[in-house]
Design a binder for this molecule. Structure first.
Ligand SMILES: CC(C)(COP(=O)(O)OP(=O)(O)OC[C@H]1O[C@@H](n2cnc3c(N)ncnc32)[C@H](O)[C@@H]1OP(=O)(O)O)[C@@H](O)C(=O)NCCC(=O)NCCS
Length: 144
């Protein structure tokens, strides 16, 4: 399965299904999805996306960086989880971030996904914190 660049709108179905089941498709449009420097990645099987991730130009004073990117909407469809798609997508995204001159990628990782990001080199920063309606999160970052 190949990683490819996709349009922001192509993330909406999987974002909703995996990350925001209680929200509408219209709410899957997130701020800065279309900002210059953002990019969205997907992997497809049988005409359906099975993994997605979005990289958005956004800073966080807690992790710094000269040209930081925020990783958002990292999701693999339940039937495909644990098969290496998420890691492949993230590796591709980190390579693209390096190529376009970003020096740091950060994310708010769901507690359960912390080992997934840690395996790719992300470091945890500060305490766990709750996000209303979603669960416990950990700020993580990777210097590129
Ligand atoms: C986290 C997630 C994106 C990883 O993608 P993936 O394609 O399953 O990842 P890979 O197969 O490359 O890596 C597997 C690792 O991901 C993690 N993982 C697997 N299933 C997971 C799940 N349902 N939720 C969180 N992490 C999961 C585990 O650390 C796993 O390692 P293990 O097999 O040694 O236990 C994916 O599992 C997912 O979409 N989970 C639900 C939504 C989510 O938590 N997204 C991240 C938001 S911060």
């Amino acid at each position: 399965m190949q990683v490819r660049f996709i349009a922001p709108g192509e993330t909406h179905v999987l974002r909703q299904q995996v990350l925001r089941p209680g929200q509408s498709l219209a709410q899957m449009e997130w701020p800065k999805d279309h900002a210059p420097g953002s990019f969205h990645l997907g992997m497809e099987a049988n005409g359906q996306f099975c993994a997605i991730a979005s990289f958005i130009p956004e800073g966080n004073p807690l992790v710094g960086g000269l040209m930081p990117l925020r990783l958002r909407g990292m999701a693999t469809a339940p039937a495909h989880q644990g098969a290496g798609l998420g890691s492949a997508l993230l590796r591709f995204g980190l390579e693209q971030a390096r190529r376009q001159g970003n020096d740091l990628v950060w994310c708010h990782a769901r507690e359960r996904a912390v080992p997934f990001y840690a395996r790719l080199g992300f470091l945890a920063q500060g305490p766990l914190f709750p996000v209303a309606g979603i669960g416990i999160h950990q700020l993580m970052h990777l210097q590129l």
